[in-house]
Design a protein around this ligand. Structure first.
Ligand code: HEM
Length: 404
């Protein structure tokens, strides 16, 4: 194999703020000439599909540790920084495995499949509540309710609490983006504290009065060896609740918007619900709710001819890779009939940190779309939403719809 010479030059410096409002055209332009760009402060962004697919599991990198993440983003000490420093998403090796293991059974393929009818029932209920005869905010009325009520049912939290804890989650999820919004720190910190108290209370009650819900099972498993502190257990549950709430909200709203923007594809899924899984996959490719994942370089390496020393913060752009013409034909076209998805589709990451909730997210979105096309095939898009941001959990703007 011929080795490319490693350049002494430094990668192009890009201001992250230019990638927030309209990330796709900006990334498309950059990708034409660059495989890797610098975001300053020892951080780089890898853009090419071939690198992105491989880098998520490259042994010369590791997951960024929570304390490095909070230090890098200068998140002041408090509930938010303690949560991020401890949550298993930001951990490696045994610490990561032990914490993730608490949830492995609950998120198994078998367990999620078993819940499929219940998931459909929740989705049918939400669709039945949608207002008729006037414009309404689809994100609020359906896309936000869906994952929040699902996660409430899944863990055994009260369904009527879903709106409350989801509101807290949206604030705390802002801390998981590529740059910490310091101007929102007070709100984020207050939400992190409330979420901590809410989940801590829910677990404490189940320690004394276990039921047959998932939180009782988790707390009972934890009590057997108590390898983690109770606060750490609370952090892991909060982390999973965050992972499962904001991502699916944006992903589902965008799925419906994209189909409605392509009426022939909306008609196709309405007539043939067997197309729904492919529609979900394509919407997640076209507008992934998680824009990038972050790794730390541990052994000097090279990407796109640039030498990266150990300690470099490597952001791997799923957003760019999923629109790379080297991996997808007509990448900027939304097409639920495409058959060129690579075997490794990195929407949910890859390797030991691959999304634990992938199966739940896919089934949730599939069942909710099935419920919507069955009961409201005439839904119309009044205000088109946009997905903002290029990294971490992305944000969706308002989406107005109408049903006769
Ligand atoms: C469309 C929806 C979703 C998308 C696009 C998504 C995407 C991702 C990605 C890309 C990762 C890997 C991060 C990394 O490697 O650093 C991840 C991890 C994770 N996701 Fe999701 N996710 C979604 C839904 C969910 C749901 C429904 C849950 C739980 C209920 C969840 C919980 C998690 C957790 C706990 C992790 C950390 C896994 C680990 O570090 O071992 N996600 N997700």
């Amino acid at each position: 194999m011929q080795m490319q010479p490693i350049s002494e030059a430094v990668p192009l410096r890009v201001d992250a703020r230019t990638l927030v409002d309209a990330p796709h055209p900006a990334l498309r332009r950059l990708r034409q000439f660059h495989s890797l760009v610098s975001l300053g402060q020892n951080q780089v962004l890898a853009l090419d599909a071939k690198d992105v697919f491989a880098l998520t599991t490259d042994p010369r990198t590791k997951q960024i540790e929570g304390h490095d993440f909070t230090r890098l983003n200068e998140i002041p000490d408090g509930y938010t920084s303690r949560l991020l420093a401890d949550f298993f998403l930001f951990g490696n090796d045994e610490a990561h495995r032990a914490k993730r293991g608490l949830f492995a059974r609950a998120f198994s393929f078998h367990n999620i499949r078993r819940r499929q009818d219940g998931i459909r029932a929740v989705a049918d209920g939400i669709v039945a509540d949608l207002p008729r005869g006037g414009p309404f905010d689809f994100v609020d009325a359906m896309a936000a309710r869906l994952p929040a009520e699902m996660i409430a049912d899944f863990f055994g939290l009260h369904r009527q609490d879903a709106r409350y804890f989801a509101g807290l989650v949206y604030d705390v999820a802002l801390a998981v983006g590529p740059t910490y919004p310091h101007d929102r720190h007070e709100a984020i910190e207050a939400a992190a504290q409330e979420l901590f108290i809410y989940i801590s209370d829910a677990l404490t009650v189940r320690r004394s009065f276990p039921t047959n819900d998932l939180l009782s099972a988790i707390v009972s498993d934890w009590e057997k060896d108590q390898a983690l502190t109770f606060d750490s257990l609370v952090h892991q549950v909060i982390g999973v609740v965050i992972g499962g709430t904001d991502t699916t909200r944006a992903g589902f709203a965008m799925l419906v918007a994209l189909l409605l923007l392509h009426p022939e594809q909306w008609a196709a899924v309405t007539e043939d619900p067997a197309l729904i899984p492919a529609a979900v996959n394509e919407a997640l490719r076209y507008e992934p709710p998680v824009g990038s994942i972050t790794r730390m370089v541990t052994t000097p390496m090279e990407i796109g001819g640039f030498a990266l020393p150990a300690g470099t913060v490597l952001r791997v752009s799923l957003l760019s890779a999923l629109r790379d013409p080297a991996a997808y034909a007509r990448p900027d076209e939304f097409d639920i009939h495409r058959d060129d998805n690579p075997r490794l589709h990195p929407i949910f990451g890859n390797g030991p940190h691959r999304c634990i909730g992938e199966m739940l997210a896919r089934i949730e979105m599939q069942e909710a779309l099935a419920a919507l096309v069955a009961a409201a095939p005439d839904i119309r898009l009044v205000e088109v939403p946009r997905m903002l941001g290029f990294g971490g959990i992305r944000q969706i703007t308002a989406m107005t719809t109408e049903i006769d």
